[in-house]
Design a protein around this ligand. Structure first.
Ligand SMILES: Nc1nc2c(ncn2[C@@H]2O[C@H](COP(=O)(O)OP(=O)(O)O)[C@@H](O)[C@H]2O)c(=O)[nH]1
Ligand SMILES: [Mg+2]
Length: 211
């Protein structure tokens, strides 16, 4: 199949079209995924999750830069189950990552919710496979979520980063809702704000309790 060859060659237009068709649940797109499957498994997949505004996109932007400095190619998938209208990524996200848009070593796409969360989760998995088959070394998956969505990221990522910010009050509550178990790395972002030390202490106590 021509499209498989194009994906493996890193063709951005072919990959973008396939991701869009996966999002739209086109059966042929599903079949194509099966054919590219044997070209996957080489990428390091990192999930970044946390509340809206926590600073996920800012961290993704930093991780893109750090990866590029090490000559790693990067795929970025922005997933927003809360906003079916923006195409998955907010304008702010796009502006924050815009400086990498011209870099051929960086491929950024977004996924929005169409239909069920389960459907979105499958689409995320397929889109990761596509970027993996393209040869991206690092794939960064940004998900906004509350509970279920955040937990599902673990099905796709090797490493899960949970971003917390001080002073939101609901952060520790969210940890109790099951995010604790999926996190490999906790980031206390906006540490310039009041309450970062308190959040860190609360987090440390919870980590001790769960071990
Ligand atoms: N004060 C402060 N603001 C930050 C920090 N990191 C990100 N922000 C700001 O927080 C806002 C939301 O960041 P963004 O990365 O879009 O969050 P996302 O919704 O989780 O992707 C933006 O205005 C960022 O500039 C930080 O460490 N400190
Ligand atoms: Mg964002």
């Amino acid at each position: 199949m021509e499209i498989e060859k194009k994906i493996k060659a890193g063709d951005v237009r072919a990959a973008s079209r396939l991701i869009r068709n996966i999002e739209d649940n086109i059966p042929e797109a599903k079949a194509t995924i099966k054919h590219i499957f044997h070209s996957t498994g080489n990428a390091q997949v990192v999930g970044i999750t946390g509340s809206p505004g926590a600073g996920k996109s800012t961290i993704v932007d930093g991780l893109i830069e750090a990866s590029r400095k090490r000559d790693k190619t990067v795929g970025v998938l922005a997933v927003d189950p809360t906003s079916p209208f923006t195409g998955g990524a907010t304008l702010g996200d796009r502006i924050r990552m815009q400086r990498h848009a011209e870099d051929p070593g960086v491929f950024i796409r977004s996924l929005a919710t169409r239909g069920s969360l389960g459907g979105l989760s499958k689409a995320v998995g397929d889109a990761i496979h596509i970027m993996d088959a393209m040869g991206k070394d690092v794939i960064l998956v940004e998900t906004v979520g509350t509970g279920q969505q955040e937990v599902e990221i673990i099905n796709h990522a090797h490493t899960v980063i949970v971003v917390l910010v001080p002073g939101m009050g609901d952060e520790i509550q969210a940890l109790k809702a099951g995010i604790m178990e999926i996190a490999d790395i906790f980031v206390i972002n906006k540490a310039d704000r009041e309450g970062a030390g308190k959040l860190q202490r609360e987090l440390m106590i919870m980590l001790d309790m769960s071990s």
